[in-house]
Design a binder for this molecule. Structure first.
Ligand code: HSE
Length: 301
């Protein structure tokens, strides 16, 4: 076993509009996780400092422990240091990043006994949202579907260099609450609406035909219902599109709104913030990109 491993793990945005529970992208916003053998304690800086647990129930720590369990070894004395840039409860995959970060760091510390597929399966078991976990581990844009016991993933090649402009409300939108708003069934018309758009979206991204993205990022399976918790959502999405974004949607279960742009990224961010301000939704704009890279080791020894 090594004495320490430090990994970076990206934020993610799930659903991308129509791909509810089966599409996600990694973003260039990174948490750092460092595990050291032989000492103990949990430290958190940045996002979640003062609110995330510093005990053994910390999600990153639990993920690390589950790796030791999976390989049949007792968890050694471990100290964990987290430096977080991913805001919590905003639909940017902070809990997936925690699970993936803990697993990848522990796997590196043990000199990689588990394959990437095994790490993925464990991360999904811990966190429960494959559409965030998969891009957090593998990077880029990922399709993920469950086939019986098997998780089938496929990377969507991205033909255009798009900006991801985020409007991140100050208000959190807990995933469980946002999922609780969704009905148990959907109409055939809504299913067809989303299936067509999800297919269109994959084609738009992989061919670079960004003119399709405005239609391809529309959704009827989760955003309208979630609008009850976040009435200004539709107006902020509209403001982004009116300002020149090629597509826009609720990121994961919210509360972040993500707009895709080829240019005018500052204007799009400004107009989203202006609309949010008028609607009484305080928050921040962040301009980022899709990260081709997922979780990776930055140093070990
Ligand atoms: N696809 C999930 C949802 C993502 O929208 O509820 C949760 O992070």
């Amino acid at each position: 076993m090594l004495s320490y491993a430090e990994v970076r793990v990206p934020a993610t945005s799930a659903n991308l509009g129509p791909g509810f529970d089966c599409l996600g992208i990694a973003l260039e916003i990174w948490n750092t996780v460092r595990l050291e053998a032989g000492s103990s304690g949990v430290t958190v800086s940045g996002e979640g400092e003062g609110s995330l647990s510093l005990g053994r129930d910390n999600l990153v720590f639990r993920a690390a422990e589950s790796l030791f369990r999976a390989i049949g070894k007792p968890t050694p004395q471990l100290s964990l240091t987290c430096d977080n840039a991913i805001p919590l409860g905003r639909g940017l995959g902070s809990s997936s990043a925690a699970a993936v970060g803990g697993l990848v760091a522990a796997n590196a510390l043990c000199e990689n006994p588990l394959t990437q597929d095994e790490v993925l399966a464990l991360a999904v078991e811990i966190e429960g949202h494959p559409d965030n976990v998969t891009p957090a581990l593998l990077g880029g844009c990922q399709i993920v579907v469950q086939d019986g016991e098997e998780l089938v993933t496929s990377a969507v090649p991205l033909a255009s260099d798009l900006w991801a402009v985020l409007y991140i409300p100050s208000q959190q939108m807990p995933t469980q609450q946002a999922r609780g708003l969704l009905g148990p069934t959907v109409s055939r018309a809504d299913a067809v609406f989303n299936m067509g758009r999800a297919a269109l979206l994959v084609n738009a991204l992989s061919t670079g035909d960004v003119s399709l993205l405005r239609t391809a990022t529309q959704d009827r399976l989760h955003q309208p219902a979630r609008g009850v918790l976040f009435p200004a959502m539709a107006r902020i999405i509209r403001a982004a599109l009116d300002a020149g974004a090629v597509g826009a949607f609720l990121s994961g279960a919210g509360s972040t709104i993500l707009a895709l742009t080829v240019d005018r990224e500052m204007t799009v961010g400004y107009e989203m913030a202006d609309m949010a301000d008028k609607a009484g939704v305080p928050g921040d704009v962040k301009v980022t990109k899709v990260s081709p890279q997922g979780a990776h080791v930055v140093s070990e020894g």
